[in-house]
Design a protein around this ligand. Structure first.
Ligand SMILES: [Zn+2]
Length: 390
């Protein structure tokens, strides 16, 4: 008789916010899906047993903001080597590709990955291919609504939204007219294609409240804790009412940490006022020399140290990004029938430090390490790396 299950994750504490579960559970996977969850399941019924004793078991992590167009972008990372081995089973490529360059991501990059990849299509025709050389929307002719809508329509299995960077480096230094027109066209493309909009809101040349006016429930504001001018804190040092109102109407507040898009003083102030991030994400990319880009588990450790609860940290990288992607029926939970993506995380004790682009350091006494990663019901054989960052 063949075994009843391909794989059994045994002996761990399952943290599954979508099910309201934080308890000792075994999880059985079969045919790439979750087959059973119970306090104890029999090892004899499984082809492979993954040891989770003393560890946490969570749904596979989802990184809502990453750049995995490896080979085509100067900043592109390899999803399997950078994300998957760190427990991230799903990444969203946030605007690496525009309508002109999406086919390369779809045909020559994503098929080589074991990591699950979705994309937000940049409203700039060439995406971020020119990043660090010229602003991708410095010339507004690159923002072509009809072409973007067409490519989204042809790739609905992969493209879940539109991306735009409203930033001096994206729409042209000090060019407010260009920034406004880029935002207008991105909004128009998202509406015509009936998908969400993700807006980069760090170092923006136009007032932040004006950007938030354009964001609807389910849209994503990324880099929310940046410390640049037009940050989420107003001139009085308190969270702007427009940001709070956006959070209340269901706009996703995404961290998009990167190296320069998070100032922990901003995060601390927001948390003190009760404004929580909806999702933690990395903005995974190849950093220039001297900068650090953390893996998602590093950011989980950092925000745990900043006072988010364990269940909240896990929700912000599983059930919440799944909901933001409209994928709650498949991803972000280990309920029976869901995708067989999981991670076994050790919460190590020690002394750890997490820096930000503003020069602040967060000290942590615990950090997450990926002991085992399971994708599509099968264990990823690569051992978990030591470093928290790229
Ligand atoms: Zn990014």
């Amino acid at each position: 008789m063949p075994p009843r299950w391909d794989l059994l994750i045994r002996g761990g504490t399952l943290i599954d916010p979508a099910q309201g579960l934080s308890a000792r559970r075994d999880v059985a996977l079969q045919g790439g899906r979750v087959a059973a969850v119970a306090e104890t399941l029999a090892s004899a019924d499984a082809g492979e047993v993954v040891d989770a004793a003393g560890a946490l078991v969570t749904p596979g992590l989802i990184d809502l903001h990453a750049h995995v167009y490896d080979g085509a972008l100067p900043i592109g990372m390899h999803a399997d080597r950078a994300a998957l081995v760190n427990g991230v089973t799903t990444v969203v490529d946030a605007g690496s590709a525009g309508w002109m360059t999406f086919a390369g991501l779809r045909d020559y990059v994503i098929p080589t990955y074991r990591t699950r990849v979705y994309a937000f299509l940049h409203i700039s025709a060439t995406g971020l291919a020119t990043v660090r050389v010229v602003p991708e929307l410095g010339d507004i002719r690159f923002a072509q609504v009809e072409e973007a809508v067409r490519v989204i329509g042809e790739n609905r299995d992969l493209i879940l939204g539109v991306k735009v960077r409203i930033a001096h480096g994206g729409t042209g230094k000090g060019d407010q007219a260009n920034a406004r027109e880029a935002l207008r066209r991105a909004r128009q493309a998202a509406d015509q294609a009936r998908v969400g909009l993700m807006v980069h809101v760090s170092d923006t040349p136009i007032p932040l409240p004006e950007i938030f006016e354009h964001l609807r429930p389910g849209d994503i504001a990324t880099h929310i804790f940046n410390g640049n001018a037009e940050r989420i804190l107003g001139p009085d040092g308190r969270v702007r009412p427009e940001v709070r109102a956006a959070a209340e109407r269901g706009v996703v507040l995404d961290v998009g940490h990167a190296s320069v898009h998070c100032d922990v003083k901003v995060a601390e102030r927001a948390l003190a006022e009760g404004l929580r991030p909806t999702t933690l994400s990395t903005d995974l990319h190849k950093p220039p020399p001297g900068r650090i880009v953390y893996h998602l588990r590093g950011l989980m450790s950092k925000f745990l140290a900043l006072g988010l609860g364990l269940e909240e940290v896990v929700a912000s990288v599983t059930s919440r990004p799944a909901a933001a992607l409209g994928k709650s029926a498949e991803l972000g939970s280990l309920a029976p029938g869901m995708a067989g993506d999981a991670v076994v995380l050790d919460l190590e004790e020690g002394q750890f430090a997490y820096i930000d682009g503003a020069g602040n350091t967060v000290r942590a006494s615990r950090r997450f390490r990926a002991r085992h990663v399971i994708r599509d019901g099968r264990r990823v054989a690569t051992p978990a790396p030591e470093a928290d960052h790229v």
